[in-house]
Design a protein around this ligand. Structure first.
Ligand SMILES: NC(=O)c1ccc[n+]([C@@H]2O[C@H](COP(=O)([O-])OP(=O)(O)OC[C@H]3O[C@@H](n4cnc5c(N)ncnc54)[C@H](O)[C@@H]3O)[C@@H](O)[C@H]2O)c1
Length: 344
């Protein structure tokens, strides 16, 4: 039997059960510690999924059985927790966004490289069959040269969502609103499919949640290095969580992703890619991708291969969102490559 990789699950809140269930289902992982600053949460997780509970991160870092630290905490402490884990010789798998500044993200990437460790970032929607099919249609040349992309995220987050945890809706702890938390998945898919970004412009606003500090609505425009144009509209103030829409238009055809389905149209031929049935209990708009991404991450780790969505991949969507905030604050069109380079 293959050996089991020892994992510490850090942050036992809303997303953590999806990580814990995936880790339990995988034959080559074992939760050896659960950690939360609220000790009862770590204990409840340990009872349900196994492992030793703790409220002390030092215990996680000192435990030789912990090979991977899986970070599911609020955004503001991702970088700090990841850097400590890497310095302690642990691999890291961190929820999106990997950090709240380009500088911190670069330090995480450099530290993982220096220590010879893996740094993975969760962007589970890249693993949807629909996303993979569209990526393939682009790389095979089936869609031709890329001309444009458009995306819409119209979701619902009520006041209670923002009041439920003090970190939400704040610049210091969430690091933004709709863009950094929800739309980052769709923006990641857009940049992954369309390629290098040249410039970014955006307008961000608070539209439906008056008491939060950050944006709940945004529009953005992207110029890609290949000459294609991208546009995005998103809001958290829609009355329902409607399916995300993302379209990529090429000279030979187009591909649309609607929630987790894809429709690829080349001339008269229309191909639909539908997901495997989703029997899990978590919201369908989160997708089934966590399970697939975790399987891929741990398989790469065991084979000592580079993980697919590493820090260099993970920084792109985070920096794109930060460039949108910079554009909205100044009214300027942001030179994206300069933005990434200059943020030291
Ligand atoms: N990939 C996805 O689709 C998806 C979906 C939802 C949330 N997320 C991400 O997951 C992360 C967590 O979100 P959530 O909704 O579960 O938040 P949450 O507030 O429900 O849970 C966070 C937990 O972390 C704990 N915590 C805070 N600081 C800590 C620290 N220093 N050490 C250990 N534990 C600490 C809190 O006590 C809480 O239990 C965020 O990055 C969020 O963006 C991703």
């Amino acid at each position: 039997m293959e050996r089991k990789v020892g994992v510490a699950l850090v942050g036992c809140g809303r997303i953590a059960p999806i990580h814990a269930i995936a880790l339990k289902e995988l034959p080559f992982t074992e939760i050896v510690m659960t950690m939360d600053v609220i000790r009862e949460r770590a204990e409840a997780f340990a009872r349900e999924y196994g492992g030793q509970p703790t409220a002390d991160y030092q215990q996680v870092l000192a435990n030789p059985k912990v090979e991977v630290v899986q970070i599911c905490t609020p955004h503001y402490n991702h970088a700090q927790l990841a850097l400590k884990a890497l310095e302690a010789g642990k691999h890291v798998l961190v929820e999106k966004p990997m950090a709240l500044s380009v500088e911190d993200a670069k330090e995480m990437i450099a530290t993982a490289q220096r220590k010879g460790l893996q740094l993975g970032v969760i962007f589970q929607n890249r693993y949807n069959a629909s996303s993979e099919a569209v990526k393939e249609a682009i790389s095979s040349g089936e869609l031709g040269e890329l001309r444009a992309a458009r995306a819409f995220v119209t979701w619902h987050r009520d006041d209670e969502y923002y009041r439920s945890d003090p970190w939400r809706g704040t610049w210091a702890q969430e690091g933004g609103g709709l863009l950094i938390n929800q739309a980052i998945h769709t923006l990641d898919l857009m940049q992954w499919l369309m390629g290098e970004i040249k410039t970014v412009s955006a307008n961000c606003r608070r539209w439906g949640h008056e008491f939060i500090e950050v944006e709940d609505t945004a529009e953005a425009y992207i110029r890609f290095a290949n000459g294609a144009l991208g546009c995005f509209y998103g809001t958290n103030c829609y009355p329902a969580n409607e399916p995300v829409f993302l379209e990529v238009l090429g000279t030979k055809g187009k591909a649309q992703i609607i929630a987790d389905k894809a429709v690829i149209t080349i001339g008269d031929e229309i191909r639909e890619i539908t997901p495997e049935s989703n029997s899990s209990s978590h919201p369908s708009y989160w997708g089934r991708g966590h399970q697939t991404q975790l399987a891929d991450f741990y398989q790469s780790l065991l084979k000592e291969e580079k993980v697919k969505i590493d820090g260099t991949e993970g920084i792109a969507a985070m920096a794109l969102v930060l460039a949108m905030y910079a554009s909205s604050a100044t009214g300027a069109e942001i030179d994206f490559q300069q933005f990434i380079k200059g943020s030291h």
